[in-house]
Design a protein around this ligand. Sequence first.
Ligand code: CLF
Ligand code: SF4
Length: 292
Amino acid sequence: DTTGKSKTPEERTKTHPCFNCSAHDYARMHLPIAPKCNISCNYCVRKYDCPNESRPGVTTQVLSPEEACEKYREVKKKVPKLSVIGIAGPGDALANFEETKRTLSLIRQEDEEVTFCLSTNGLMLPQYAGELIRLGVSHVTVTMNAVDPKIGAQIYRHVNYMGNSYFGETAAAILMANQMAGIRMLAEEGIICKVNIVMIKGINDEHIPDVVKKVKELGASITNIMQLIPVEGSVFENIPLVSNQEIMAMRKNCGETMKQMYHCKQCRADAVGVLGDDRSLEFNACHKEETE
Ligand code: CLF
Ligand code: SF4
């Protein structure tokens, strides 16, 4: 299967606005086909989009793979320089693997060129990395907030893996082992990996440089250190905010280890357009009443 392989992942980075800030005039479109999640992060409230790669407090309407493909056809006509299709929730892309696979396959049947990007918590990456590569996914984001299970145990309530539920340090250890193995597998195959890290005051803030060193060793290309925006009703709803200065200082510090992202817009799971100028509402017939 060579579909989508007309360009190498590096060539695709040239027109990927998240992985390359000089590609800012290219647009991406998220297809919200993945509602379920297989872990439980303490900063998450599941009636909203996954905050690992989304603006908190936004609820996206889920589409079927067929509806998503139909929407892509419409949007492609109206959005110039649409270069990237991303699967970023509203839950976890790989906790809904059948939908993710079907959506990407449908789109590839009618578009040989568009770049496939996907964001995940990484739990199922070792299982699906090979299939993602066969589907022509060239860019993957894994949200990885810790590399020490003791710290991870303060961030994740549980992990549902292979039919069992795990808690505490066991849960964190399973998740982290899979995130790390998954990133390594993808990077070895030439897939471009980004790691999102949610900076949580008093929990993982001092630990972030260690996370960055580890993911560099695994072969990731860039890290995106993000502010935790506390969501009402989540375990972390009262966590103090990390200031912009603190985020910038952390990125600068970690920039000595590897490339940092400075332009993330914490998009919706159905974001459409260039970064920073979201057109999702224009293309959401049923979301017209929603305010941002
Ligand atoms: Fe989407 Fe994410 Fe792909 Fe981009 S978003 S799946 S890598 S196509 Fe981009 Fe949005 Fe930040 Fe994500 S600005 S939240 S980094
Ligand atoms: Fe929520 Fe995303 Fe964590 Fe799942 S991975 S619990 S959707 S923040």
